[in-house]
Ligand binder design. Structure first.
Ligand code: GLC
Length: 400
């Protein structure tokens, strides 16, 4: 028993990607965290967000986990993504959570005790007011992004062929079922679907459209183009490429007000300033002047400090350095922005953001769920041993 366990750990650590010396201790902790968070769930080996409070496989958590697992076991990375395609709904959406006894894919799947509280911020699919009807619950569209990252590390066209139809249906779902005003720019219909449950954006709900959602949809279309290309389907690849260009153009035309991207809640612009305002950088498809304005915004006192990026701007009245999604630094936001800065032509700012993020995690003492951007410490109610913090820290640290 003990010898077998020792052998498993030795083998796991042998596959840890190399990192520079000052990051080694925290990286080993991260690599260990990923292994201890593995559990048998719903017939697969799943990586849970944290054994402190989150036992199930969460949609975008799983995608971030896959980004790190690709270095050790591409098969295990693919498995995290397959959890959600296994349980794809007939209408094409991917569930928010998969657990042993079922999935969370709409509000009726939530525990009864949560219904009243959750109904407060929930928008109906075809109107403005709160609703009692079931509302779909999913997570931001990043599955094709994750699939392609695993593919870049370990090419497997068989896997691409297996997931491509499901990814196409998942992409289509947003336009068919999550765009209540039919303006071609989908919205989140539930706080959980945004992944930012407690963001002050939702104080203005129901239904919200921060600029990240349509940025992700642009990038997903580009990744569907890459996948179609790798599968030898040039006409489909060209179709997706032009969808990506058109969607980026629509986002800029409708939501860029000359100074910033607007966030809508309940169909109207709201004054909240969040890190998601900067996420159109993720597309790599912005006009140069717009991209430059976002990069300036990121480097302004609203978002830049020793520990960027606060999830709510430092100067926003809703900023709270300790409250979930109301100010603390989350590694997924930083990771996506580092990528976006690179794609948008700002390698130096990307490098600085990466460096500051790594230093914050190195110095804080653990793989927390989120960090206080003023002190760099674990935020008051954040859990620890958190999977995507471990995964994304490692992936950033492993880059040469
Ligand atoms: C919280 C986060 C959400 C995440 C989930 C599991 O609800 O707000 O983004 O997916 O925890 O970690």
């Amino acid at each position: 028993m003990r010898a077998a366990a020792e052998a498993r750990w030795t083998e796991w650590f042998a596959r840890m990607p190399p990192v520079r010396p000052d990051l080694a201790e925290r990286a080993r902790m991260a690599w260990w965290t990923l292994a201890v968070n593995l559990l048998p769930i719903a017939g697969r080996e799943g990586l849970v967000p944290s054994k402190y409070g989150y036992v199930g496989v969460w949609n975008w958590d799983a995608l971030f986990h896959a980004v790190a697992l690709r270095h050790a076991s591409p098969a295990l990375a693919r498995e995290q993504i397959l959890f959600f395609l296994d349980h794809q709904l007939p209408d094409g959406r991917l569930p928010d959570v998969v657990h042993d006894h079922g999935v969370l894919a709409d509000t009726t799947d939530l525990p009864r005790a949560d219904h009243a509280r959750l109904a407060e911020h929930v928008g109906s699919a075809n109107g403005n007011g709160p609703t009692r009807a079931p509302v779909p619950v999913t997570k931001p569209p990043l599955a094709a992004w994750a699939v392609w990252k695993v593919h870049e590390t370990d090419p497997d066209t068989g896997f691409l062929a297996a997931v491509y139809p499901g990814l196409v249906r998942a992409h289509a779902w947003w336009f068919a079922a999550s765009d209540p005003d039919g303006d071609g720019l989908p919205e989140y219909l539930h706080p959980y679907s945004s992944g930012l449950d407690d963001s002050p954006i939702w104080d203005h709900g129901p239904r919200a459209e921060p600029p990240d959602l349509n940025s992700y949809l642009v990038l997903e279309a580009d990744r569907l183009a890459d996948i179609a290309g790798a599968l030898g389907r040039p006409a489909e690849a060209a179709h997706w490429r032009s969808r990506a260009a058109a969607h980026a153009a629509l986002l800029v035309a409708r939501r860029w007000d000359g100074a910033r991207f607007t966030t809508l809640a309940g169909g109207v612009p709201v004054p909240v300033r969040t890190a998601l305002d900067l996420m159109p950088l993720f597309t790599g498809r912005l006009p140069a002047g717009v991209a430059a304005a976002l990069e300036r915004d990121l480097r302004s006192p609203a978002f830049w400090g020793e520990r960027p990026v606060p999830t709510v701007a430092f100067d926003d009245p809703a900023f709270d350095p300790d409250a979930m999604w109301r100010g603390p630094v989350w590694l997924n936001v930083n990771y996506l922005l580092v990528e976006g800065l690179r794609r948008s032509g700002f390698p130096d700012t990307a490098a600085e953001l990466r460096e500051r993020t790594l230093a914050m995690v190195r110095d804080a003492g653990g793989l927390y769920e989120y960090w206080n951007p003023l002190t760099g410490a674990r935020a008051a109610r954040a859990t620890s041993g958190f999977g995507w913090s471990a995964a994304l820290f490692l992936d950033l640290a492993a880059e040469r």
